[in-house]
Design a binder for this molecule. Structure first.
Ligand SMILES: Cc1cc2nc3c(=O)[nH]c(=O)nc-3n(C[C@H](O)[C@H](O)[C@H](O)COP(=O)(O)OP(=O)(O)OC[C@H]3O[C@@H](n4cnc5c(N)ncnc54)[C@H](O)[C@@H]3O)c2cc1C
Length: 444
């Protein structure tokens, strides 16, 4: 473990971002306390503070490798608990822009499992760390700071029973997710609010968990049908743990997948490719469809603030939350935790400027893919740069090429899984290969 240089760090929020941040902070701080509003369950269960856990959570290859590095043996532990090991492309049926992408073993490891199981395993690993303690059932009420607001000195929390307590800290890190109150707290401390980039997608989710007959997905473990301007409905069906399968479908711009069985099935049957509907048609649904509304991709530009208190950092969805159909949130949180590790390794300490610059770099690739990709839909509100327009016109050519050229489908999945940066797809070697071929007609 690197040299300890700090006293106590307090992490707000015990979801994926908070847990990974706690793991990284413990390398530099003698004591790390994780504060969480929910009373944390002992097992892999849904909880109130993470309502998205009922929906499919794809863990991308980049996220898997970072989590494995932070918690060696994570994949093996997940598999031992029933999760399904997978390669990112070998048994992944990508039905994108009307094309069926070629599949091959790309050597990128992932695990397919429900969100509660992934979080449960990571939480268990963090709980086992010496010097890390959890204060669950406690709501974060406000930050404590010096009178001039230039240094955060701790946090005020309130127990379920209403008792208030002050936790003094050398560093406070906010990982309370999309609903984070950091913009308000910063304003109260006299620093103003951050600029916010927003891409409004008006997304509605609906999810069902199934038992499927043997072979219902053919040899595949995951099927993805993406949304395009001509067909704005998306769906992902994936194997999960212990023989279960989960289907999440999404409509955009006010198109809502119904939450009654008949309507849900009709929505599945209306997808561009028939594959997903055919796979679940004879399945046994284990609950009623559950829904979720996701209005917009949101990115807080903390790196552009002029002043900010020292002793305070932010990480995860609290900085940036992405359209979930790209499956990036947990992986982005992992990439941010990895970047935080780099910031902490710097002898000058984790200043807010260095931290948010590092977070911006870590967030960029996922933001380019999801927020940039969503701007292909004419009804989506957001800022379209010429580069975004160019890339959105080019991507269907990549998909068409990836249906015939396994090297292109490999390069595509490496970018989609955040292993390579999006620029990899426009480098001359790839662009020539994509644009140099006659564009095949879409299959559907
Ligand atoms: C519908 C949907 C589907 C998604 N699908 C995927 C997917 O396929 N793949 C993927 O990688 N990501 C997916 N995501 C994103 C993923 O869930 C998040 O990116 C991930 O959980 C990391 O978020 P976080 O830890 O920053 O915040 P969150 O998960 O939102 O957690 C915030 C935590 O802070 C706690 N908290 C909040 N306020 C307080 C307070 N005042 N005091 C104390 N505690 C507090 C909450 O209880 C919670 O535990 C999806 C998201 C949604 C909405």
């Amino acid at each position: 473990m690197p040299e300890i240089s700090g006293g106590r760090a307090v992490v707000l929020g015990a979801s994926m971002a908070g847990l990974m941040a706690a793991r990284v902070l413990r390398e530099k701080y003698e004591r790390v306390t994780v504060v969480e509003r929910d009373v944390l369950p002992a097992g892999p269960e849904h909880r109130r503070g993470v309502p998205q856990s009922r929906h499919l959570h794809v863990l991308l290859a980049r996220g898997t490798s970072i989590i494995e590095e932070l918690f060696p043996g994570f994949v093996a532990e997940a598999v031992a608990a029933g999760a399904t090991p997978a390669d990112a492309l070998a048994r992944t049926r990508l039905l994108v822009s009307g094309y069926r992408l070629l599949q091959t073993d790309v050597g990128l490891q992932t695990v397919l499992a429900g969100r509660p199981l992934v979080e449960h395993i990571v939480r268990g690993r963090v709980r086992a760390l010496d010097g890390v303690d959890f204060l669950d059932g406690h709501d974060v009420v406000s930050l404590a700071a010096t009178a001039d607001g230039r240094r955060v000195t701790g946090v005020r929390v309130q127990s379920d029973g209403g008792t208030e307590e002050m936790l003094e800290a050398d560093l406070v890190l906010d990982a309370t997710g999309r609903g984070s109150r950091s913009p308000v707290w910063l304003e109260q401390l006299g620093h103003g609010r951050p600029e916010v980039d927003k891409v409004q997608v008006g997304l509605s989710y609906a999810t069902l968990t199934y038992r499927l007959p043997d072979g219902a997905m053919g040899k595949d473990q995951l099927m993805l049908n993406n949304a395009t301007p001509g067909h704005q409905r998306a769906a992902v069906l994936s194997e999960q743990e212990n023989g279960l399968f989960r289907l999440t479908m999404a409509g955009m711009l006010g198109d809502r997948p119904p939450l009654d069985r008949k309507g849900f099935d009709a929505f599945a049957a209306s997808l561009r490719f028939p594959d997903i509907f055919e796979a679940v048609r004879d399945g046994e649904a284990l609950h009623d469809p559950v829904g979720f509304q996701y209005p917009a991709n949101i990115r807080h530009r903390y790196e552009r603030m002029r002043s900010f208190p020292e002793g305070f950092l932010i990480l995860g969805d609290a900085i940036c939350s992405f359209n979930p159909v790209y499956g990036q949130g947990m992986t982005s949180a992992a990439m941010q935790a990895e970047a935080l590790r780099g910031v902490l390794a710097d002898d000058r300490g984790p200043t807010w400027k260095r931290h948010f610059r590092a977070m911006a770099t870590a967030v960029d690739p996922a933001w380019q893919i999801s927020a940039g990709g969503d701007l292909v839909f004419p009804g989506v509100v957001g800022h379209r740069t010429p580069l975004i327009r160019m890339i959105n016109a080019y991507l269907p050519r990549v998909h068409a090429a990836a249906a015939e050229d396994v090297e292109i489908s490999t390069r595509f999945i490496r970018v989609a899984d955040l292993v390579d940066r999006p620029e990899a797809l426009v480098r001359p070697a790839t662009a020539l290969r994509v644009l140099g071929r006659r564009r095949a007609k879409p299959e559907v």
